[in-house]
Design a protein around this ligand. Structure first.
Ligand code: MN
Ligand code: MN
Length: 479
């Protein structure tokens, strides 16, 4: 994507072009037609964000898209052959989908793997209570949040509750414009002297994240806790559930806001949950649109990344490997042996598709600008994540880093190398190390994000589109 001004260049400038390496703002290379495609892509992505604010919801959205595109549930197939399109769910919160290639699985898979959980507030098991004539939900925060973000903002409740008869009740309140919303109230500035003097960490504590859900009492003054009873009666009328069912349910509090264009020029998209549905969505679209190839193309959508990838739906779950194994067996017509499985893992190439931090000029001091991704400069490539002295990360091999970025260059996918801020400022991880631990070649490739882990994360529409192009090029051309 070099500018064609070679004729006017001095000898030094020519040498600089040859020897030096810089990234460029991609708006300088976009024609009207591409710009239209960028906005269109973003519009569809915004719909997916609004429909899929939890891993369960995004999983269901993905299954619907896959089935519409002719993908079949691997569970229901006895045999699989080249050209087939399959998916395998992992407990309804994670997913593997694949377009089966002509070649043997032993030669490796091409995988783009993301996560579909986002930081939020989960309800505690015993959650509903009244205090001073108001009713609240007690929450337990999930993932890395800045607690003060969650005060004085509109919140929605999403999730599932099972009745004592085992019936599944889906709950989604706060998204429809006629729905009520919920909120965690902040204190007025007039009497916030203590709060102003507190360290940010102490400003809002976890046990202060209590969501206001009502204030109308049950009319019977004889009962204790009649405000709580009044609220339970409302829930029972609407959903047929009791307090017991709430205890065993899985309800989350998420921002009630919708994905919106940001800026007069609409160049950004702002939303809750870009991390990491922006990479999940772009990988899904890449899988749906890519030409099938020699190798099997796979997307993984995993859960629990924000809390360390543990559990039966997290990236550490064996079920994702068993899904590969099931596909392998149904292709071979027999169980693959250990060596075939080993070679499949060793030969597999993966892009760990997760967001990276974008440079923010208002927080210049926490970034090391030479190694930070910028909005609009293309897909962010991170050789490693982790923290401190490269702890808890997969540090991608130079062989693979070079191979992937050459592929991007060849197919005109703009990329930039970025890591997560200055060394020792903190850190973070992705699912990369878990698949690298299994023997795959893995490189982190994703969208640079402003205000990551906030209630309103922001990224460049152009970067979203180029990330889709990066994954599609990977599926179509990686060897
Ligand atoms: Mn992430
Ligand atoms: Mn995250």
């Amino acid at each position: 994507m070099a500018k064609d001004n070679t004729l006017k260049q001095s000898a030094g400038q020519k040498l600089q072009d040859k020897l030096c390496f810089t990234y460029e703002n991609q708006w300088d290379y976009i024609d009207t037609e591409t710009e239209k495609a960028v906005h269109e892509f973003s519009k569809e992505y915004a719909k997916a964000l609004d429909l899929g604010k939890t891993e369960r919801e995004f999983h269901d959205y993905t299954v619907e898209r896959l089935e519409k595109a002719g993908f079949n549930n691997l569970d229901e197939l006895n045999q699989v052959k080249a050209g087939d399109k399959i998916y395998r769910t992992v407990h309804g919160k994670g997913l593997m989908a694949a377009v089966v290639g002509e070649g043997a699985m032993e030669d490796g898979l091409l995988i783009v793997g993301s996560h579909i959980d986002s930081p939020r507030l989960d309800l505690k098991p015993y959650s509903l209570y009244e205090k001073n004539d108001m009713t609240f939900f007690k929450t337990h925060y999930y993932g890395g949040i800045k607690k003060y973000h969650w005060l004085s903002t509109q919140l929605a409740v999403h999730g599932v509750v099972f009745t004592k008869d085992g019936e599944k009740i889906r709950i989604n309140v706060g998204e429809d414009e006629n729905d009520p919303v919920f909120t965690i109230t902040d204190i007025l500035p007039h009497i916030a002297k203590k709060q102003r003097e507190a360290k940010a960490e102490e400003l809002v504590t976890a046990e202060m994240l209590n969501v206001l859900i009502g204030s109308k009492p049950h009319p019977d003054k004889e009962v204790k806790e009649r405000f709580k009873l009044g609220l339970l009666e409302v829930l029972h009328e609407k959903y047929g559930i009791t307090e017991r069912d709430l205890v065993t349910g899985e309800l989350s509090v998420v921002p009630a806001t919708k994905a919106r264009d940001v800026g007069f020029d609409r160049s950004f998209i702002g939303a809750y949950g870009h991390d990491d549905r922006v990479c999940a969505y772009t990988s899904l679209m890449a899988l749906l649109d890519a030409k099938p190839g020699q190798k099997t193309q796979v997307i993984l959508l995993t859960d629990k990344e924000e809390v360390g990838c543990d559990g039966n739906t997290g990236a550490k779950s064996k079920l994702y490997y068993f899904a590969f194994n099931e596909l392998h067996a149904k292709l071979l017509g027999r169980e693959p042996n250990l060596f075939e499985t080993q070679r499949m893992l060793e030969n597999s190439k993966m892009l760990s598709s997760d967001v990276t931090s974008a440079y923010d000029p208002d927080f210049d001091d926490v970034f090391e600008k030479m190694n930070t991704a910028f909005c609009n400069y293309g897909v962010g490539v991170s050789k490693y994540t982790g923290s401190g002295g490269k702890v808890e990360t997969s540090d991608a091999n130079a062989e693979y880093f070079n191979e992937v970025t050459r592929l991007f260059d060849e197919h005109k996918v703009p990329w930039q190398a970025g890591v997560l801020g200055r060394i020792d400022e903190g850190g973070g991880g992705t699912i990369a190390l878990h698949y690298a631990n299994a023997g795959m070649n893995v490189l982190d490739v994703g969208v640079p994000l402003l205000a990551m882990h906030s209630c309103f994360e922001v990224c460049s529409k152009l970067d979203v589109y180029n990330t889709y192009r990066a994954y599609k090029a990977f599926f179509e051309y990686a060897k």
